[in-house]
Design a protein around this ligand. Structure first.
Ligand code: BES
Ligand code: ZN
Ligand code: ZN
Length: 471
């Protein structure tokens, strides 16, 4: 096979800044800037072939330093990686800039790795198994590189599992994957089958699961690395491995991507891999109440009234509002059985999320300001955006139903009422809800994003654990 051409990505700021390292590259860069061949504007890519070294150099513009947020750094660096991946290069990331913050550097490294990903598992023309370029050089600490690469790998894990179709990833196979990753990275995994789920009284979760021939699996991940502390951070990820809508059936156009309805669960799982790899000092429990939302003779129906582990009855206004039904039992389980003292749920919960802040940010509600402040920090470190929506007391009325304690169709504002429904089962512990329905998927290859799953939430969930472990 022909040897791959070598290439190097040099990310550079727009303004003149302090550079250190390869003198030839620096003087070349100064020259192209002086001649205005390359300005360093955000997203600009200048490619040059150095015949002497037989290397291709890609100068990547980062724009002005005061406008450069982590999300942008991730996206730009991912864009450069995507350019070189499409040219089949063997490339590295080289930092010449001296004054980039640690957070920005991490995002650049993560983007460089993640931008190489696309979902090719089922393509028969793939030549070799994908080998990721992960060489990072220049002005950067080794420890930071390790963490950033672990996070990038985790994002790729989340994308890959989420992208797998529902005939490949369903509760049982998802559970197997989690067990494998738990063994590999060092967290405990317990998989609970239908019989025990029934004994636990998780009737709301089971009501959704009954419409499928595939057995539900309650997947529990435990990472207990602070034995002295009673604090346990609980992550509950939506794990609907396929959402047809049930009897409130979705049109094909809306159904075709619903293998991704476990992207919240994938984010929890992939965050756990890094939490364990980086040996963070805290206790974390991850819960995925995995099942399919399908139609058969036992499936739940619009108009049904069901029970829940938390003891509240629920009127089913729509069987497509299934995520919240699995989450409430997952959250209640995390609180009462696993003794989680703070809970985050992450879910592809509402199509309405696209109408709040679009696909730019994850929509959120929280019952605790301090907890949310940590989450905001975690999102910034995780190179994503989060937007907190309000919980007004008037929304209480919307959750009520004349025939049952609650309704699963509390109406508009749909993203808030769905999250607020879940919050009812986290009473007594600080709770934050993350709706990733709008951020979980990309329509096309663009920069760090590849068509399909984005791995949304993976890095923020890791950083939340890190932020809390350092307190
Ligand atoms: N899984 C969907 C939400 C979704 C939609 C995620 C599009 C990703 C992209 C969820 O289970 C759902 O169907 N929600 C309904 C709720 C409604 C019936 C109250 C929705 O958003 O339409
Ligand atoms: Zn649904
Ligand atoms: Zn769903």
């Amino acid at each position: 096979m022909k040897k791959k051409l070598k290439a190097i990505i040099f990310p550079v700021l727009q303004e003149d800044s302090k550079l250190k390292g390869d003198k030839v590259a620096i003087s070349f860069l100064k020259d192209i800037k002086k001649k205005e061949l390359f300005k360093g504007e955000a997203g600009e890519q200048f490619i040059y072939y150095n015949t002497e070294k037989e290397e291709e150099w890609l100068f990547l513009g980062l724009g002005k330093k005061d406008k450069l947020i982590t999300k942008k750094a991730l996206e730009l660096s991912g864009g450069a990686a995507r350019t070189l991946t499409s040219k089949n290069r063997d490339f590295s990331l080289h930092i010449l800039e001296e004054k980039l913050s640690k957070d920005i550097l991490n995002s650049l490294i993560e983007g460089f790795y993640i931008g190489q990903y696309s979902f090719k598992t089922h393509k028969s023309d793939k030549k070799d198994k994908k080998v990721y370029c992960d060489k990072v050089e220049g002005n950067i600490e080794k420890a930071d590189v390790k963490e950033a690469l672990a996070l990038a790998e985790a994002t790729v894990i989340a994308r890959e599992i989420s992208n797998e179709p529902s005939n490949i990833i369903y509760p049982e196979t998802l559970a197997k994957k989690v067990e494998k990753l738990g063994k590999k990275y060092g967290f405990e995994v317990e998989v609970i089958g239908e019989k025990k789920i029934k004994e636990l009284g998780m009737e709301s979760y089971l009501s959704v699961a009954r419409g499928s021939d595939k057995e539900p699996k309650l997947i529990v991940m435990r990472y207990m690395n602070d034995k002295k502390s009673k604090e346990i951070l609980g992550y509950v990820g939506k794990g609907i491995t396929y959402d047809s809508g049930g009897y409130s059936i979705k049109p094909t156009s809306g159904m075709v991507t619903m293998n991704l309805d476990m992207a919240g669960g994938a984010a929890v799982l992939s965050a756990m891999t890094v939490i364990a790899r980086m040996k963070l000092k805290l206790n974390v429990v991850g819960v995925i109440a995995a099942c399919e939302n399908l139609i058969n003779g036992s499936a739940y129906k619009p108009g049904d009234i069901i029970q829940s582990m938390g003891g509240k009855s629920i009127f089913i206004g729509n069987t497509d509002a299934e995520g919240r039904l699995t989450l409430i039992d997952g959250v209640y389980y995390a609180k009462t059985v696993e003794k989680a003292t703070k809970i985050v749920d992450i879910a592809t919960l509402t199509g309405a999320a696209i109408y709040t802040v679009g696909s730019v940010a994850t929509s959120s509600i929280s019952t605790d300001d301090k907890f949310f402040a940590s989450m905001e920090k975690a999102y910034e470190l995780g190179s994503e955006r989060i937007h907190r929506l309000p919980i007004y007391e008037e929304y209480d009325e919307l959750l009520k139903h004349p025939f049952a304690d609650l309704t699963n169709t509390a109406g508009n504002p749909g993203t808030i009422t769905a999250g607020y429904f879940v919050a009812q089962f986290a009473e007594g512990v600080p709770f934050t809800h993350l709706d990733i329905a709008a951020t979980c998927r990309s329509e096309r290859d663009k920069g760090v994003y590849s068509e399909g799953a984005t791995g949304s939430g993976t890095r923020p969930l890791y950083y939340l654990a890190k932020v809390l472990s350092e307190k």
